[in-house]
Design a protein around this ligand. Structure first.
Ligand code: MLT
Length: 304
């Protein structure tokens, strides 16, 4: 019997891959063979000696002490692309939230009261106050052309946007094979300077931490919208706040609420919802459960 220690609710589609007659899966278990988790932060947690592999039902592995795992010979599995469609759809929604002032307009509409005539006068005011801009014809800069970035780029093209992109980790040719409709940006700075919307799709690591800071944001177009559905640490938050205060950015749409962003004008926050769809949760859990099973039963290490 293999024992799997879970730290988050894992979708049934994943748990079903671990047949009950061969696997015991629980949030408290002695001598686990594997750990299966989602966003729980494993840094600082004593990983039992019995653990032979770790599965992250998602893409980012920054919540796992990967170096320690490498030292101990514990493979870490993730689910590349498993939630890419879900994140893409929320990024497009994020652009629309900002471009059409949907959150502010929603609050305004909900606060209306009085008779029909009063409400209709207020509606006229709202129409003027929340007039927005269209996405079509605007330029989107996609930083990071992995599974999510490429999908965002292609969806934006279908909305009539001009898309430029850059990926520090891919050769330019490979990136362009993946995203035929995206035009080439010379680099991150070039993407930022030319974009009305800038969307981040990079993993958080030593190279990308605080990659979007004051110097880069100074080069942004006035009124640009920055979207972060990657990780909070990729931006230097005080610099983002300063860029909002100066009007350099008109909005920061982030899937990662932090105390420094609360209540700030121009900040639109979601509670890390990018991957939270039934479909994405099923995909990721199934992908990672299959990898754990293949490793424990056959010794195979595969990337999804
Ligand atoms: C990811 O890295 O894919 C997401 O953080 C997944 C999640 O929300 O659990």
């Amino acid at each position: 019997m293999y024992k799997i220690l879970t730290y988050n609710n894992i979708s049934v589609a994943g748990l079903e891959r671990l047949a009950r007659d061969r696997y015991e899966v629980a949030s408290e278990i002695q001598h686990p063979d594997a750990i299966l988790l989602r966003s729980f932060d494993l840094h600082g947690v004593a990983i039992p000696d019995s653990v032979r592999c770790i599965g992250r039902a998602g893409v980012g592995v920054n919540n796992i002490p990967v170096e320690e795992c490498s030292r101990r010979g514990i493979p870490v599995f993730n689910a590349p692309g498993g939630n890419a469609n879900a994140v893409k759809e929320l990024v497009i929604a994020g652009m629309l939230l900002a471009a059409r002032h949907i959150c502010e307009a929603w609050d305004f509409a909900r606060s209306l009261s009085g008779d029909d005539e009063t409400v209709s006068r207020a509606v006229e005011q709202g129409k003027k106050r929340f007039a927005g801009t269209e996405l079509a014809g605007k330029t989107l800069g996609v930083l990071g052309l992995g599974a999510v970035g490429v999908r965002v780029a292609n969806a934006a093209v279908s909305l009539g946007m001009n898309v430029i992109g850059f990926d520090p980790a891919l050769t330019v040719d490979r990136a362009w094979e993946l995203s035929a409709s995206v035009s080439r940006a010379a680099g991150i700075d070039d993407s930022i300077a030319r974009s009305d919307f800038i969307s981040l799709h990079l993993p958080l690591n030593g190279e990308t931490r605080h990659m979007i800071g004051a110097a880069r944001l100074e080069a942004a177009k006035k009124g640009a919208v920055l979207l972060n559905f990657s990780r909070a640490g990729i931006v230097d938050e005080p610099s983002v706040c300063a860029a909002l205060d100066e009007g350099r950015l008109s909005a920061y749409v982030s899937d990662f609420p932090t105390s420094g962003l609360m209540g700030r004008k121009g900040v639109l926050l979601l509670p890390h919802l990018g991957a939270s769809t039934a479909e994405a949760e099923d995909n990721c859990a199934a992908m990672v459960a299959d990898q754990i099973r293949d490793f424990l039963e056959n010794g195979n290490i595969r990337n999804s």
